[in-house]
Design a protein around this ligand. Structure first.
Ligand code: AHM
Ligand code: MG
Length: 319
C-alpha cells in the first residue's frame, strides 16, 4: 500500500524537537501558510472581484500599491500578530515598521506581501517572501529604525501563486517545498532537503538596462548570453524558484536608474540569500554576502547576484 504523502503538519511535527526555537517557529510557519491560502484565494478571483487594480497610492519606493499588495499585507500582519510571538514587522507596503511588545522570546519578521505585483493584471506568477529572525531577551532594537542589532535569522519562506500554490521553507539547515491541495486546504511535501544544481541552466536579468549598466556588468551579462538560456518572468520569486530547482543565476545589478539596484535587502534579498545558502548556492551583492550586511534602513536596497555556486562564483570573479 502506498504511504500517504507527508503534509506540512507532519513535517512541522517532525522538526518540533530538532531545536528549542522550533515550537515558536512552527506557530509562525502555520500563520504564514494560512495567510498564503487566503491570499491565493483572493488572487484566483481577483479579475472578477475588481482586485487587480491599484489603490492609487504609492509606497516608500514610489511604486504603485496594488489592491492585492494591501490585502496580502493585512492578512500576513494580522495572522502573524495573532501568534503573539512577533514584536517587529517590516513590510514593503508599510512605510514604518510595526512594533508590538511581546513576552520574550520575540521574533522579527520581514515581508514582501506580493512580489512581482506589476504582473498581477496579466495573471502571471507572483508570490510572497518572508524572513524570520529571533531576538534574544537582551536584544537591543535600534529605536529609530527597528532593525535588530545582532539578529539571528532562523528561517526564510516564500510562496508562489501560479499554476500551483507552492510554499518553500528554509529552516534547520534544510530547504523543503510543499504544494497546496486546494480541496483539503493542506500543503503536501513535494521536495525534501532541496540542493540547487551546481551547473547553470538559465540566467535571469532584465536586459533592458544593458546601456545603463557598468562596462563590467555588460561584459558579464554578454558572457551569460553567449552560454546560457535567458529566462525572465519579472517576478523575482518565480525566477528564483525556477533557477533553484533547475540551476541558474538571477541578477539585479546596479544601473544608472537604480544605483543600488531595485531589490530590497530585508524582505527580498536576505530571505532568498538564506534559502540559497541552505540549498548549497551563493548570494552576493557583488561585493559582499548579503547575510553579513548590517542593515542601515528597513527599506534599504542593494544589488543582487544569486544562484548556483559555480556560475555565481564565475560571475563574481568577472566583476
Ligand atoms: P515588487 O516586489 O514591488 O513586485 O518589485 C520587485 C520586482 C521583482 O519581483 C522583480 O524581479 C523586479 O521587481 C523586476 O523589476 P524590473 O521590471 O526592473 O525588471
Ligand atoms: Mg518584491
Amino acid at each position: 500500500m502506498q504511504t500517504p504523502a507527508q503534509t506540512l503538519d507532519d513535517f512541522l511535527s517532525q522538526i518540533k524537537d530538532l531545536n528549542p526555537t522550533n515550537l515558536d517557529l512552527i506557530r509562525i510557519i502555520k500563520a504564514i501558510s494560512i495567510s498564503a491560502i487566503d491570499i491565493k484565494e483572493i488572487i484566483e478571483t481577483a479579475p472578477i472581484s475588481n482586485m487587480t487594480g491599484s489603490t492609487g497610492k504609492t509606497n516608500i519606493h514610489k511604486e504603485e500599491i496594488q489592491l492585492l499588495d494591501n490585502s496580502a499585507n493585512t492578512i500576513f500582519v494580522e495572522n502573524l500578530m495573532e501568534t503573539q510571538l512577533i514584536s517587529h514587522i517590516v513590510s514593503e507596503e508599510l512605510q514604518d515598521p510595526l512594533h508590538k511588545p511581546t513576552n520574550s522570546p520575540s521574533y522579527f519578521v520581514s515581508i514582501d506581501p506580493v512580489d512581482g505585483s506589476s504582473n498581477i493584471t496579466s495573471s502571471i506568477t507572483i508570490g510572497s517572501i518572508l524572513g524570520i529572525w529571533k531576538l534574544d531577551n537582551s536584544e537591543q532594537i535600534n529605536d529609530n529604525l527597528f532593525i535588530p542589532n545582532s539578529p539571528q535569522m532562523i528561517a526564510a519562506i516564500y510562496t508562489i501563486y501560479g499554476p500551483s500554490t507552492i510554499l518553500v521553507i528554509a529552516c534547520n539547515s534544510m530547504v523543503n517545498a510543499f504544494a497546496l491541495n486546494p480541496a483539503k486546504k493542506a500543503f503536501i511535501q513535494t521536495h525534501k532537503n532541496i540542493k540547487t544544481p551546481n551547473e547553470c541552466k538559465y540566467y535571469s536579468v532584465n536586459e533592458n538596462y544593458f546601456l545603463k549598466w557598468t562596462n563590467k556588468t555588460q561584459k558579464t551579462i554578454s558572457f551569460l548570453r553567449d552560454n546560457y538560456s535567458l529566462r525572465y518572468v519579472g517576478s523575482l520569486i518565480a525566477d528564483f524558484h525556477r533557477n533553484l530547482l533547475n540551476g541558474g543565476i538571477f541578477l539585479y545589478p546596479e544601473n544608472k536608474d537604480y544605483p543600488n539596484g531595485k531589490l530590497r535587502l530585508l524582505y527580498e534579498i536576505l530571505p532568498l540569500s538564506y534559502i540559497i545558502e541552505n540549498a548549497g548556492g551563493i548570494a552576493s551583492t557583488g561585493k559582499a554576502n548579503p547575510l553579513t550586511i548590517k542593515p542601515s534602513h528597513h527599506h534599504q536596497k542593494t544589488p543582487l547576484i544569486i544562484g548556483s555556486k559555480k556560475i555565481v562564483t564565475k560571475i563574481l570573479s568577472m566583476l
